[in-house]
Every structure is written in structure tokens, then in C-alpha cells.
Design a protein around this ligand. Structure first.
Ligand code: UVW
Length: 320
């Protein structure tokens, strides 16, 4: 809910750093440029056990599908199945007796596990790299998800298990943490966050959605990272290419210090070009990391190539 006392994003972030122009006036993938062949090869060298984890939540999960308020979960519709070849059915008659199942989905591209396009959010009439926000009208002419999908995302990732670090089953509504907490969490796990690491941050907050159903959305305020100039500078200095979390929107929804919604979407994604990946399922991976204590690994993700899209579903893969 907008508050009248909250400052405008432009005012709050007036001195915040940007990477606009750093990778050229036509750049659409931002901080993913930090992931070059050197980072890919270093990440591949972390593979030593042959374990594979997929991080996408199930589309059509009978237990429910958490989405940002106002969006609706994906709906899958059966178009053809065996019943279509019953007497008088609509199944096409191919020579040889071919039958097949067809289906389709109607889905928010910002639902399920997804990559945001860098131009997905903005303020002040400008999206990532300074493109005019009018280029979003009717479909994203600039900074859509398509260039991210074309290049793919491969690098070293670290799991930062904030729920475990804080000794909690899930973090609480509106609970915040900082980059210093991320570093302390890493240290407690016996690792260091390195430059150009992809950060996977676990809160287990969506467990409350599965426990509470629709009541989960009352007073919606997810836990997560909270804005400070120091935090933004840390992400900039560490050249973080991609922030992946298990919440719907990757940061505390309403910043308790200023009442502004989704400040980091703007400070990190719009301004620094850091890719955001949301609603990841980190549970199996986190359980495994707690057991084998390997918290750094190869991460591979490719959102779908959808022209002009503001986001895309993705099934990221982690390999240890
Ligand atoms: C919004 O931008 C509102 O949400 P998300 O980034 O989670 O899609």
C-alpha cells in the first residue's frame, strides 16, 4: 500500500551509483557481463561430486503456486487427450492411428521461478541503462528478458542459508538482513563470498504460503535484504551479477526505514543491472549443503527466449 510519507524512489536513490553506459549504450544484460569465460571455467572446476539440483517451483503444484499479490498462478489447460479419439471426438485422424496429448498454459511471466528482465521495474521514466520507460509500452523494446535468455547465465554461485544462520524454520514477515549479514552467514558456512559470485539466498519464507494458504497474503511483507547506500556499494564493489532468492520479490517488500516498496529492485536492477531471479526452490539444495558443507557450486540458468517479455520462467540447475 503506498504511504503518503514515503519519499519518491528518485529522491531516495538520488546519489546511488549506476552502471548505465558501462557496457555500451545498447546493453540489455547489465551485470551479467561480469560472467565471462574465466568465471565459467572457474565455476566448472567446482563440480566434484556429480550432484544435480533443479531450482524451479512446480507450475501447477496442487499445493498452490505463490505469486505477487494481484497476479494469478499459471493455469494449464488440456487441449487433446485420449478422450478426443472417442466416438465423435475432435482428435485429428492421421494415417496409422496416431493419438497425442496437447496442452497449453496461461501464465504470468513473473509467476513461478523466473528471471526479471532488467527493464521490469523503474522510476523517473527511465529503465535500465537509461532507456526511456515508454519503450515498455505494448512490450519491451529494450532490456526485455530475451537478451538474458540468449546469453544464458553460468557462473560460481554460493548458497547463503539465512534461515539456518538465524536458527529459524523460516524468516519472519518483514524481517530484514544486510550485506554484512550475508558475509557473516557465509563465514558461518565456512566460505567467503567472492567477486562476481551469483548469490542464492534462502529464507524459506514461502513455506508459510504452503502452510497458511490465502492467509499468507494478509499484510504481505516479505523478509529480505534491506536498502542502505553501503549495501548497494557492496553489490557494486563485489560485481555481483545475479541475486537469486526463494521469495517472490527478492527483498523486504516495504523498507522499514523509509516506507518505500521494492527499493532494491531499483537500486540493484534498474541502476546497477543486477539480474534478479525470484521464487527459487532452494530446499533440497540447502538440505544437501547442510550435509556436505559444500556451499559453492556451478550454477546454470537459461530463461525462455520470449520476445519483448518483462520476465520469463526458468528452471536453474546447480551442479556440485
Ligand atoms: C514486482 O516487480 C512487482 O515483482 P517481481 O519482481 O517479484 O516480479
Amino acid at each position: 500500500t503506498p504511504t503518503t510519507t514515503a519519499p519518491a524512489l528518485g529522491e531516495l536513490l538520488s546519489d546511488a551509483p549506476t552502471n548505465w553506459g558501462k557496457w555500451g549504450d545498447d546493453d540489455e544484460v547489465g551485470a551479467l557481463n561480469y560472467l565471462g569465460p574465466e568465471q565459467v571455467l572457474a565455476a566448472v572446476r567446482l563440480v566434484n561430486q556429480g550432484k544435480v539440483f533443479t531450482l524451479q517451483r512446480l507450475i501447477g503444484d496442487p499445493k498452490g503456486d505463490p505469486v505477487w499479490p494481484g497476479r494469478t498462478p499459471a493455469e494449464r489447460t488440456q487441449i487433446l487427450d485420449e478422450s478426443d479419439w472417442d466416438e465423435g471426438g475432435k482428435g485429428p485422424a492421421y494415417p496409422g492411428g496416431l493419438h497425442y496429448a496437447d496442452d497449453k498454459i496461461n501464465a504470468f511471466l513473473q509467476g513461478s521461478t523466473q528471471y526479471d528482465a532488467l527493464g521490469h521495474v523503474w522510476y523517473g521514466g527511465k529503465i535500465w541503462n537509461g532507456y526511456d520507460a515508454r519503450t515498455t509500452v505494448g512490450g519491451m523494446e529494450e532490456a526485455s528478458v530475451e537478451p538474458i535468455a540468449r546469453r544464458g547465465v553460468v557462473g560460481r554461485a554460493v548458497l547463503l542459508d539465512m534461515a539456518r544462520f538465524r536458527g529459524k524454520h523460516t524468516l519472519d514477515k518483514g524481517e530484514t538482513f544486510t550485506h554484512e549479514d550475508l558475509m557473516a552467514c557465509a563465514e558461518s558456512q565456512g566460505i567467503r563470498i567472492e567477486k562476481r559470485d551469483i548469490l542464492l539466498v534462502r529464507t524459506n519464507f514461502l513455506q508459510l504460503f504452503f502452510e497458511q494458504g490465502e492467509a499468507f497474503y494478509e499484510g504481505f511483507n516479505e523478509p529480505g535484504l534491506v536498502y542502505s547506500p553501503e549495501l548497494v556499494q557492496w553489490f557494486q564493489d563485489m560485481e555481483i551479477p545475479n541475486l537469486v532468492t526463494d521469495t517472490i520479490a527478492n527483498e523486504v517488500t516495504i523498507d522499514p526505514n523509509n516506507g518505500v516498496a521494492l527499493v532494491l529492485h531499483n537500486a540493484l536492477m534498474r541502476n546497477l543491472g543486477i539480474a534478479l531471479t525470484e521464487i527459487a526452490d532452494l530446499e533440497q539444495l540447502a538440505a544437501d549443503c547442510a550435509e556436505d558443507e559444500q556451499y559453492a557450486f556451478l550454477y546454470v540458468a537459461a530463461p525462455l527466449k520470449i520476445a519483448k517479455a518483462a520476465g520469463s520462467p526458468v528452471n536453474p540447475v546447480v551442479i556440485k
